[in-house]
Ligand binder design. Structure first.
Ligand code: PLP
Length: 392
């Protein structure tokens, strides 16, 4: 199995067949497991064997298949699946931090990630320094021997800054800090984060891994020591477990992940290229365009610009709203990575609560629209966008 490519692992890795020899993975919709004898129950509570489970909050065969499949394709020793992406981010950080510790994070973060760092962990005495993630000098200045972890989105939402995993990991590791990467925008298809120096990779499976807007889910990947020694005790006692049904949806999502994400990235590249220089737009942000400030890094780190792009309407918020309302094929929503193409106005929705000065620093302007490419015909998508821009 270790010689299989990612695409093959996405279809086969982690499969566990029951005595019935089913082709499609079984949904083990059970929270508990029975024991033949009292002695067997006692033994399982001392140590679990490979095919042994005791309670679905700790583990379940369908959830385990998902964990083993995604660990195989990410090149991780182990993984723990969670109820949502935020349960994964929270557990990845909280399980390893204590009062007095210091974390350095990139400023351009998903709002809920910022809440965990600035509100929750701060309440328990964890100090935080925020930096411009693309500026290595800021990382160097912020990371000290007291820094326990660095945290960043490898591609930031919604302004698509690309952070140099290898360079930040080098700075962090020199100080003995753990590198935790929220890798949602990179997707497992374009990720090589662990090989590039990340210690822990976190995904919201809600996005590309499901890919059809059905279930919430998340996963934390890392060394066996981190997953079993640090993360698992925290997660199994605090209850952020993934439901077996949702794990099954994610497992089937992984089978088509490569095909979907590559098609979505091709559509994003085509749309970004076609829109660059459009008279109604002041900016087209896409890591796959040569005009992107970290284009070279994006191609070296991911080999693709990804499935997301952002455009800035020159006419500000009124123009952005007219554009959104004139779209006929793209759907206004705040999800991403879906089979359906989606558009979001970050300044008034996902990033609404961010103070104005922070929006300016992060480039979340009133005219900015985030675009998540789906699986429709790219020609239809381009026609929809150019039609809606003409209405502005
Ligand atoms: C969506 C998202 C999350 C949170 O995931 P949920 O599954 O919604 O909890 C975390 N980080 C990033 C970058 C995301 O896009």
């Amino acid at each position: 199995m270790t010689t299989w490519s990612k695409r093959t692992k996405q279809v086969h890795a982690g499969t566990r067949r029951s005595q019935y020899g089913e082709v499609a993975e079984a949904i083990f919709l059970t929270q508990g497991f029975v024991y033949d004898t009292a002695e067997q129950a006692e033994a399982r509570f001392v140590e679990l064997g490979e095919d042994e489970f005791i309670y679905a909050r700790y583990g379940n065969p369908t959830v385990r298949m998902f964990e083993e499949r995604i660990a195989a394709l990410e090149g991780a020793e182990d993984a723990f699946a969670t109820a949502s992406g935020m349960a994964a981010v929270n557990a990845a950080l909280t399980s390893m931090l204590k009062s007095g510790d210091h974390v350095v994070a990139a400023r351009a973060l998903f709002g809920s990630c910022l809440y965990i760092l600035e509100e929750v962990l701060a309440r328990f005495g964890v100090a935080l320094t925020l930096v411009d993630g693309t500026d290595l000098d800021q990382w160097k200045a912020a990371v000290t021997p007291g820094t326990k972890a660095v945290f960043f989105e490898s591609v930031s939402n919604p302004t698509l800054e690309v952070i140099d995993i290898r360079a930040v990991a080098e700075i962090a590791h020199a100080a003995g800090a753990l590198v935790i990467v929220d890798n949602v925008f990179a997707t497992p298809v374009f990720s090589d984060a662990l090989a590039q120096g990340a210690d822990v990779v976190v995904y919201s499976a809600t996005k590309h891994i499901d890919g059809q807007g059905r279930c919430l889910g998340g996963v934390v990947l890392g060394s066996a020591e981190y997953i079993r020694g640090t993360l698992e005790p925290y997660l199994k006692h605090t209850g952020g477990a993934l439901s077996p049904f949702n794990a099954w949806v994610m497992l089937k999502g992984l089978e088509t992940l490569d095909l979907r994400v590559r098609a979505q990235a091709e559509a994003a590249q085509a749309l970004a290229g076609a829109l660059e220089g459009h008279g109604k737009l002041s900016r087209v942000i896409y890591p796959g365009l040569a005009s992107h400030p970290q284009h070279g890094l994006a191609m070296a780190q991911m080999g693709s610009g990804g499935t997301m792009l952002s455009i800035e309407l020159a006419g500000g918020q009124p123009a952005a709203f007219r554009f959104l309302n004139a779209l006929k094929l793209f759907t206004i929503s705040n999800n991403l990575g879906d089979a359906k193409s989606l558009v979001t106005h970050p300044a008034t929705t996902t990033h609404q609560r961010l103070p104005e000065d922070q929006k300016v620093i992060l480039g979340i302007s009133p005219g900015l629209v985030r675009v998540s490419l789906g699986l429709e015909d790219p020609a239809d998508l381009l026609a929809d966008v150019t039609g809606a821009l003409a209405a502005v």
